[in-house]
Design a protein around this ligand. Structure first.
Ligand code: SAM
Ligand code: SF4
Length: 398
């Protein structure tokens, strides 16, 4: 369903102050490509060109400085791919280079994604010394047969050893797991959740395994649980996490109170982010426009373009017709919803822009609304796509 835009809404956004700004850094290589994964990640045949890539990232950041002039970075997320494939010396040079070019807020969260197949205790300790203060570890499952079915490069013992070391060294740790895995039963998923909870990490992410286009699993689907079985698995996992004191604060994210991922919260609260590296996405707000950027995806092409000083990205303004939907696409993932005032603060338009869609969502029982908060109901969380679709708009012809 689409709706026209109410009269009296300005045709450009305006910001009293820019939204908080986060920095995302993409490292596009992995030891091996997992058969379910559609991230911009490439098998590193031989050594990844880490020195050249760190140089390119810093040149990329340097060229982006005019677009973030005078702004401080609230969090950094080094994601991939498998950033832990890089040496600690490379990550140290990268983070030092970032700090030399942009100011970070005191105590900024600095997360690095790691794969247990790249785990070495000393390397984790050196990442910590380089300024990484949060580690996100891709465990996926603790069941040996599932790790094999998922084509992971690590076994269950390596996953456990990496989780243990990550907690000892960083304390601030996220474990990524997936559920509704090939032939998985409720009891098996519960065993995975119980094993993850036993490490007592402050943050856990549980993603339902999805078959993404352009992956091996999409071409040759494994026997996944049917939708009813997947819903039973999800309910069982959520019950265990809830009982263990984790708050289900976003669709796939669980945290102890106060330990939510600040970097991801900034996305969901429609903050700004600069993404550097191959295929990285950015959203940046300027006084009267909001811009999205996507950098060239192929690592080789990205490196060549940086070396040649060629443009690294494509840019597009976010239109008035799209911005309400984009805000809600993020905000309605949050269990607690968002303050109503955040809409104007982060989109640059009055809440009136989405008045009709909010009324429709409320009438269908998909959101709760008081004057200060917009929050999805349990029904709205269950039918998130239908809820978000209510915010798709069309510009009225002139
Ligand atoms: C970029 S990866 C994280 C770190 C590292 N590359 C690894 O896999 O160990 C981000 C997370 O997305 C999740 N993920 C990737 N592909 C998925 C899919 N098709 N369905 C559900 N979750 C997926 C996995 O849990 C993965 O850990
Ligand atoms: S290691 Fe992570 S990023 Fe790399 S292919 Fe596997 S899931 Fe994707």
């Amino acid at each position: 369903m689409t709706a026209a835009i109410a009269v009296g809404i300005p045709d450009r956004p305006s910001f009293a102050a820019p939204p908080p700004l986060a920095l995302y850094i993409h490292i596009p290589w992995c030891i091996r490509k997992c058969p379910y994964c559609d991230f911009n990640s490439h098998e590193a045949r031989g050594e990844a060109p880490e020195a050249e890539y760190v140089d390119a990232l810093l040149a990329d950041l340097e060229s982006a400085l005019p677009s973030i002039w005078n702004r401080r970075i609230v969090s950094i997320f080094v994601g991939g791919g498998t950033p832990s494939l890089f040496s600690a010396a490379a990550i140290d040079r990268l983070l030092a280079g970032v700090r030399a070019r942009v100011p970070l807020i005191p105590g900024a969260e600095v997360t690095l994604e790691a794969n247990p197949g790249t785990f070495e205790r000393q390397k984790f300790a050196d990442f910590r010394s380089a300024g990484v203060n949060r580690l996100s570890l891709g465990v996926q499952s603790f069941a040996p047969e599932q790790l094999a079915a998922l084509g992971r490069v690590h076994d269950a013992d390596e996953a456990r050893a990496a989780a243990e070391a990550a907690l000892a060294i960083f304390g601030n740790v996220n474990l990524d797991l997936m559920y509704a895995l090939p032939r998985q039963t409720v009891a098996e998923a519960e065993a995975d959740a119980t094993a993850a909870i036993a490490f007592a990490p402050p943050h856990l992410s549980f993603y339902q395994l999805t078959l993404e286009p352009n992956t091996l699993f999409h071409r040759h689907p494994p026997p996944l649980p049917d939708p009813d079985a997947a819903a039973d698995i999800e309910d069982a996992v959520h019950t265990l996490l809830n009982a263990a004191g984790y708050r289900h604060y976003e669709t796939s994210a669980f945290a102890r109170p106060g330990r939510e991922c600040r970097h991801n919260l900034n996305y969901w609260q429609f903050g700004d982010y600069l993404g550097i590296g191959a295929g990285a996405h950015s959203k940046l707000s300027f006084p009267d426009r909001v811009v999205r950027q996507v950098r060239y995806k192929q690592p080789k092409q990205y490196l060549e373009r940086v070396a040649a000083g060629s443009p690294l990205m494509e840019n597009a303004d976010v239109s008035r017709a799209d911005i309400g939907f984009e805000f809600m696409l993020n905000a309605l993932r949050l269990e607690a919803g968002v303050p109503a005032a955040l809409f104007a603060e982060r989109t640059g338009y009055p809440l009136l822009l989405v008045r009709d869609a909010l009324a429709a969502a409320e009438a269908r029982g998909l959101i709760e609304r008081d004057p200060t908060v917009i929050r999805p109901t349990p029904l709205g969380r269950r039918f998130q796509n239908d809820l978000q679709a209510l915010f798709l708009r069309e510009e009225q012809p002139a």
